[in-house]
Design a protein around this ligand. Structure first.
Ligand SMILES: C[S@@+](CC[C@H](N)C(=O)[O-])C[C@H]1O[C@@H](n2cnc3c(N)ncnc32)[C@H](O)[C@@H]1O
Length: 289
């Protein structure tokens, strides 16, 4: 890839079927949350799947079957997700087990489920944003039977079966002190606002906007599970967060995204990251001379 990055404006399930086996060194992404955020009016937008046990599961099953064959043997895929509240307007209560659905479909596609980190969220901010009675004081003071804590994020780690041909052990990427923090099962120190700017990706008729993945989360995953120069994949690239960090950390990036407005925003973000990378290389080249 002469450019260090490629971005494709297509349905990732169809596009992945055109790619060769074992193409990627690492995949990291947030799948669209079914029945929650619809990003486009296209039926291949997984956010438009209405029924969890029906079309969402089917869509994601096709997705996992494709992506499982694209990860190099012994290499890692990290899926960022959360449990999804059932819709009160449909007369439902409780949560959909989205984390479990991803784990089951990943395993069924042949990937090995190895771990998940939890990422801490702020309960007050979530109570205000989601207006969820389960979290608000009003629920606490009316009937505590219906209360629950806030929903945190999960980072599900899968590995492709087989031996890893190239160990991930590049020097000076992760210190022992980093690992002492990162080996905690819950990452408490991720800032929720540490994201790319979403404004540029908004379409005129958008009612909901994208929730970009925190850059600090992506940075840890990229450093833990890839070597410099390797190829990182996000099938749901959004405004390009996974690509932005990958490039800034000296990796290459390949992404798919269905919504043209997001693709344009992602292209700008990737250009920025690549330009900064080149600037830095220039600086270091100067120092060596
Ligand atoms: C949770 S967002 C990902 C955000 C991304 N991690 C970021 O930080 O910018 C999910 C994305 O998947 C896209 N999407 C939904 N269905 C898709 C499909 N079939 N193929 C490719 N992209 C799709 C949506 O448009 C949305 O941008």
């Amino acid at each position: 890839m002469p450019n260090k990055w490629t971005l494709v404006n297509e349905d990732c399930i169809e596009h992945m079927s055109t790619l060769p086996d074992a193409m990627f060194d690492l995949a990291v992404f947030s799948p669209p949350f079914p029945a929650m955020y619809a990003y486009t009016d296209q039926c291949c937008d997984i956010g438009n799947s209405e029924s969890f046990a029906g079309d969402a599961k089917l869509h994601l099953a096709f997705f996992y079957n494709q992506i499982a064959r694209l990860i190099k043997p012994g290499r890692v895929m990290v899926v960022h997700c959360m449990q999804i509240p059932r819709m009160k307007r449909c007369g439902e209560v409780g949560l959909h087990d989205f984390r479990g659905l991803n784990i089951r479909l990943g395993e069924r596609a042949g990937l090995v489920y190895e771990y998940d980190w939890a990422v801490r969220k702020n309960p007050q901010a979530q109570a205000i944003r989601t207006r969820s009675r389960e979290l608000q004081f009003v629920g606490l003071e009316s009937d505590r039977a219906k209360t629950r804590g806030c929903l945190h994020d999960y980072l599900i780690k899968f590995r492709a079966p087989g031996e890893n041909a190239v160990p991930i052990n590049a020097k000076n990427e992760i210190s022992r002190n980093d690992w002492i923090k990162w080996a905690e099962g819950t990452w408490m120190d991720i800032r929720e606002t540490d994201t790319l700017n979403v404004k540029d990706g908004r379409g005129d008729d958008d009612t909901k906007h994208i929730c970009p993945l925190q850059l600090g989360v992506i940075r840890r995953i990229v450093k833990l599970f890839s070597n410099p120069g390797e190829l990182v994949f996000s099938p749901f690239a959004g405004i390009g967060s996974e690509g932005y960090v990958s490039l800034k950390e000296g990796r290459q990036f390949y992404g798919c995204e269905i919504k043209p407005e997001y693709v344009r925003a992602a292209e700008m973000n990737l250009q920025k990251a690549a330009a900064r990378d080149e600037e830095q290389l220039g600086l270091f080249a100067g120092m060596e001379a």
